[in-house]
Design a binder for this molecule. Structure first.
Ligand code: PSU
Ligand code: MN
Length: 301
């Protein structure tokens, strides 16, 4: 059976030539992740930054029922409401969903199919607060563990249970590294107060780590980059508590929970969280491009 995944010609050509490619998820660029016009502007800035670093960007999404790696028109994705996680991919294909935005887990699955080594997002999904009762743990985590791909993020989203998220990443065998830091970044917040198990101080070090990870037959590498413009921690903590309480009150569960809480925090911080979020998404794309360039550079060059 031929692959149901469409890899855009420019992406396929770069991969064949051994040139650097950075995969991007699309949920963060839809209104599920960022409000308009920030979502469009952030995507355009990321695409430009990746190109400037000498890499090829590969936005992933479902287009006309086809999982696509290297979407060239972002417009239909901006207002998409169909959030496609790894568990939804085959459903989206078999039922020919017209447009679907892919989560970290679904995007990594598609990146692996295409043979891409480096992927960028904002904050990964993880263990939700209250997961001991609700069981809500993002499908991102097992997929990050599964494929030998570098995921560049600003840690897990700050409204999650970060200590338990770190514990689960350990259980799953994910190589978690701080990028120039010993502390786990807290997405739009500067610091979680939690130590990362290991660190890398350059893109070349991450490229070496990926190489060793592959040689050993291991899975994912999670590179955690401090956000460049974190918001005030007390303001974030307050907003997070109120947003989580609102979500509980409204009984928002399942895939709708993360977009709901993101939007509530944006409202409660008067947009400050959106500014921090767009800055870190762009910064992560830059770091990912540098890592892809380093990973594609032969040692004898
Ligand atoms: N990071 C952001 N904004 C987002 C997301 C990540 O800065 O909207 C999305 C990603 O697509 C991630 C998803 O995979 O949220 C996690 O959703 P859940 O918690 O339902 O697994
Ligand atoms: Mn969930």
């Amino acid at each position: 059976m031929t692959s149901p995944v469409r890899v855009a010609p420019a992406v396929a050509a770069a991969l064949t030539a051994g040139e650097p490619v950075v995969a991007l998820e699309s949920t963060v660029y839809s209104t599920l992740g960022l409000p308009e016009p920030h979502n469009r502007q952030t995507y355009q800035a990321c695409a430009a930054a990746i190109a400037e670093a000498g890499a090829v960007g590969a936005l992933t999404a479902i287009i006309d029922g086809v999982p696509t790696v290297g979407v060239d028109d972002i417009e239909p994705l901006l207002s998409a409401t169909a959030k496609v996680a790894a568990r939804d991919l085959a459903v989206a294909v078999s039922q020919k969903w017209p447009v679907g935005v892919t989560t970290v887990g679904a995007s990594l699955t598609l990146a692996s199919h295409a043979g891409i080594d480096v992927f960028a997002t904002g904050g990964i999904g993880g263990v939700h607060r209250g997961a001991a009762v609700t069981g809500d743990i993002s499908g991102d985590l097992p997929v990050i563990a599964r494929y030998p791909i570098v995921t560049v993020c600003a840690g897990a989203k700050s409204f999650l249970d970060l200590p338990r998220t770190l514990e689960l990443l350990e259980t799953l065998g994910v190589a978690v590294v701080g990028f120039g830091t010993d502390e786990l970044p807290a997405f739009t917040g500067a610091s979680s107060g939690l130590a990362v198990p290991n660190r890398c101080d350059s893109a070349a070090q991450v490229a070496d780590l990926l190489k060793a990870q592959k040689a050993l037959g291991l899975g994912g590498v999670l590179v955690c980059v401090p956000p460049p413009q974190p918001i005030d921690q007390a303001q974030l903590d307050d907003a997070t508590e109120t947003a989580e309480a609102r979500a509980d009150e409204a009984e928002v569960r399942g895939p709708a929970r993360t977009p709901y809480v993101l939007a509530a925090i944006a409202e409660l911080t008067n947009g400050a969280s959106v500014t921090a979020n767009t800055a870190l998404v762009l910064n992560n794309a830059r770091v990912a491009a540098d890592i892809a360039v380093a990973a594609a550079t032969p040692y004898d060059e």
